[in-house]
Design a protein around this ligand. Structure first.
Ligand code: SF4
Ligand code: SF4
Length: 210
């Protein structure tokens, strides 16, 4: 089950306006609350700049997505912005396959429990209700950093490895390197306020129909 909301219209339009856009739209687990009509209305506002659109199932499956990217490689190459309508997992998958491209998520993931994708996935989303991927080069700081740090590294990494889990790369070093590669280190100047945990949907709220 997937519950997500489209980010505010002004925010999305400010990112895509005047730029060539390629859209990925995932229909994989849309049993509930996939805002299709809202997405259609929004895309209509910048349709003349959309140079390609791919609606697919399971953007969370890296191998499928690689095939889609191969199929649409010319349009994707020409695009200045890749815009994703999916949960946080789908955006992370596309970002990981298009490291040189600016990949924006147009959605905040609110709830993602139960069945998703087909098998174990390469990425996770904590359904934080306020997706940060647009500021971190598509690498989730909440699921990749064991401390869930939003505003940079803890300083404990050694040789690029996390101090909590030495088997894993430090998420913030990955974020830094990705943004540097894209010439977007200015994004790191932003300081996020504490998270608003009221944005998270719990199962009990869902049962009440909130
Ligand atoms: S920031 Fe991470 S946990 Fe939050 S919605 Fe995005 S991918 Fe999911
Ligand atoms: S070393 Fe990096 S990934 Fe590990 S807790 Fe610190 S900031 Fe997070």
């Amino acid at each position: 089950m997937l519950v997500m909301q489209v980010k505010p219209e002004e925010e999305i339009l400010s990112r895509v306006w005047g730029r060539r856009v390629f859209i990925f739209e995932c229909f994989g687990c849309r049993e509930v609350h996939f805002p299709e009509e809202k997405i259609e209305t929004l895309v209509e506002k910048f349709k003349e700049k959309v140079i390609g659109k791919l609606s697919c199932d399971y953007l969370c499956r890296r191998e499928f997505v690689q095939d889609y990217i191969n199929e649409y490689c010319q349009e994707i190459e020409r695009a200045e912005i890749i815009l994703i309508f999916s949960c946080g997992v789908g955006t992370q998958v596309v970002s990981s396959l298009l490291e040189d491209k600016i990949v924006y998520t147009a959605c905040d993931t609110l709830y993602l429990n139960g069945f998703q994708g087909l098998t174990v996935q390469d990425f996770n989303c904590n359904q934080c209700g306020e997706c940060y991927l647009n500021y971190t080069g598509g690498i989730c700081p909440l699921t990749n950093c064991p401390k869930g740090l939003l505003n940079g590294p803890c300083g404990g990494a050694k040789n690029g490895k996390c101090e909590v889990n030495p088997e894993a790369d430090c998420a913030w070093e990955l974020i830094y390197n990705r943004l540097k590669k894209q010439g977007r280190l200015n994004l790191l100047k932003r300081v996020f306020p504490p998270r608003n945990y009221q944005k998270i949907i719990t199962e009990s709220l869902l049962r009440k129909g909130v």
